[in-house]
Design a protein around this ligand. Structure first.
Ligand SMILES: Nc1ncnc2c1ncn2[C@@H]1O[C@H](COP(=O)(O)OP(=O)(O)OP(=O)(O)O)[C@@H](O)[C@H]1O
Ligand SMILES: [Mg+2]
Length: 284
């Protein structure tokens, strides 16, 4: 069984007069709409009517056809795009920009090309005021964790796509954010590394509980990692449905259970239907 913040609370003796507090909502998205309005071009409504409550400590994935607004939603939660319509609150407070409580792994890696792998990973820790020696010590363990030992002094231009992606993941994990936003973080990895990184991410999430919002195109990955999968509709992105993935994961063979296989099929059907709608819209 996955270990979550809620489950880790001790039950204690029954106290009939005091009702237990409701589970914390970590990210509360209400009636969100986002329109890109590039100069001299037609505006694009990327998101419409998006409302979603993500609980503290929850691992949630966003699935949906290309262009349905997954990255846009993540940037809005991260505070990298202005919120014009609707609200996003983190622990009850409306956000108004980026904050150290939210760490993001961008779809495009976004490493600093003038810094080495180690300096990139240590960057956030230095910004938080950690001494150079401590930051680099800490960074070294995350570089190792993502399998980049030996490449500490390499610059991003000398790394493969998958290595850059792993360096970007290490940089975000190093700052240990309360809310981890990941935009197709394993997209550039080979199957073997991807599977190792998935398990590493789950281990980190269990060890130091955090809320994870994870974007992927891979339905198997979404079902394997998440407690709930949010399926988005073709553009303009709305929430089509939310699929619960509450498997007993204590036995690694759960991925071969009928329950898991059927869940993956269900997600596949939902995403295919939306991808088809997106294609039909282009053809019209
Ligand atoms: N800077 C921008 N200016 C104008 N339109 C944009 C911009 N960024 C994204 N869009 C449009 O907004 C829509 C949503 O884009 P977004 O990148 O959020 O989709 P996505 O679901 O992350 O897609 P993918 O799975 O391909 O990464 C798309 O139609 C895209 O063309
Ligand atoms: Mg995207």
């Amino acid at each position: 069984m996955l270990h979550t913040l809620n489950e880790s609370r001790s039950a204690g003796p029954p106290q009939p007069m005091i009702s237990s507090p409701p589970a914390l909502t970590s990210v509360d998205i209400r009636d969100l709409k986002y329109i890109y309005a590039p100069a001299n071009k037609r505006p694009v409504t990327a998101l419409e009517n998006v409302s979603l409550e993500v609980k503290a400590g929850e691992f949630i994935s966003l699935l949906g056809p290309s262009g349905c607004g997954k990255s846009t939603l993540l940037y809005l939660i991260g505070g990298f795009l202005p919120i014009v319509e609707g609200t996003i609150s983190v622990d009850g407070k409306q956000i108004a920009g980026p904050g150290p409580d939210r760490g993001i792994v961008f779809q495009s890696f976004a490493l600093f090309p003038w810094l080495t792998v180690l300096q990139n990973v240590a960057y956030g820790l230095r910004k938080q005021g950690m001494s150079k020696a401590n930051a680099e010590d800490n960074a070294r363990s995350f570089v190792k964790l993502v399998g980049l030992e030996g490449f500490e002094d390499s610059f991003p231009s000398h790394l493969s796509g998958g290595m850059k992606q792993r360096a970007a993941i290490a940089r975000t994990l190093a700052i240990d954010p309360k809310i981890l936003l990941m935009d197709e973080p394993f997209g550039a990895l080979d199957a073997q590394t991807r599977s190792l990184m998935q398990d590493e991410l789950l281990a980190i999430w269990r060890r130091s509980p955090k809320t994870v919002i994870f974007v992927t195109h891979d339905v198997h990955e979404a079902a394997y990692l998440s407690q709930r999968v949010v399926v988005m509709s073709a553009r303009p992105g709305r929430i089509k449905t939310i699929v619960s993935c509450d498997f007993d994961r204590s036995d690694p063979a759960f991925v071969r259970s009928t329950q898991f296989v059927e869940k993956v099929d269900e997600l596949q059907r939902l995403v295919r239907a939306e991808a088809k709608r997106a294609e039909d819209a282009i053809g019209r």
